[in-house]
Design a binder for this molecule. Structure first.
Ligand code: SF4
Ligand code: SF4
Length: 227
């Protein structure tokens, strides 16, 4: 069974936000409007966090693209009273919108602020939206799914063509859109896959690893060249 994961090379990321825009378009992530944005209610499944480097007197900027880290031991799923969020057998942390009661316990439990609450019905199904991804109603929590619908589509395509599914056919929108090719995606359980190889790199690190959440989004630190 696959274990889907992502490696993001911070040496390559230029902070251009192409991943953020591609994610919004692919997943029908709503624009909440200026008034809601001022109340810190922006919804952005992928965010590019910025850090200034004190060693360089704040002149150097570090960009950290942050989707849901798809923790292998996710604190968010453990607190949901209605099993509306769970880790699926391939390691993707899923949301079942129809079950979510909007208590936001999962948001409080996520140490990475990767979950978002729909304070309003921001959009309706319709033209211009991706029909593969459902629009979320008011009162539920949403987050990055690693573009899980793309996995389902790739599997169905392989089945229709009477051939085996190749894991390389499954690429989330952010990884596909990155012009700097900073985002790698694939099966971490396959030791010869590119993501598995990069995840073993001496440059690899995880955000707040000490929390024991075992993120499956792994970063490569900057400035030391090569993978
Ligand atoms: S907000 Fe929804 S998904 Fe999150 S803990 Fe509550 S019911 Fe579960
Ligand atoms: S990053 Fe947050 S939302 Fe994503 S799996 Fe981990 S705890 Fe859950």
């Amino acid at each position: 069974m696959a274990l889907w994961g992502m490696v993001i090379d911070l040496d390559r990321c230029t902070g251009c936000q192409a991943c953020v825009i591609a994610c919004k378009a692919e997943n029908n992530v709503p624009a909440v409007g200026e008034k809601e944005a001022k109340r810190e209610r922006i919804i952005s499944w992928m965010q590019v966090l910025t850090e200034t480097d004190e060693e360089h007197h704040g002149e150097k900027m570090r960009f950290i693209p942050r989707p849901c880290l798809q923790c292998d031991d996710p604190p968010c799923t453990k607190v949901c009273p209605v099993y509306a969020t769970y880790r699926n057998p391939e390691g993707i942390v899923a949301q079942i919108y129809a079950r979510c009661i909007g208590c936001r316990f999962c948001m409080a439990a996520c140490p990475y602020n990767a979950k978002y609450f729909n304070w309003h019905t921001y959009q309706k199904e319709g033209p211009g939206q991706n029909p593969d991804v459902s629009v979320r109603p008011k009162g539920v929590v949403e987050k990055c799914t690693f573009c899980h619908h793309r996995l389902q589509k790739a599997r169905v395509r392989a089945l229709a063509e009477k051939r085996d599914f190749d894991p390389r056919e499954y690429v989330p929108a952010c990884a596909e859109a990155c012009p700097a090719q900073a985002i790698f995606f694939g099966d971490l359980s396959d030791p010869v896959s590119e993501v598995a190889r990069l995840a073993r790199s001496p440059r690899a690190f995880k955000l707040q690893e000490e929390l024991g959440t075992k993120p499956k989004v792994i970063y490569l630190t900057e400035g030391e060249g090569g993978g």
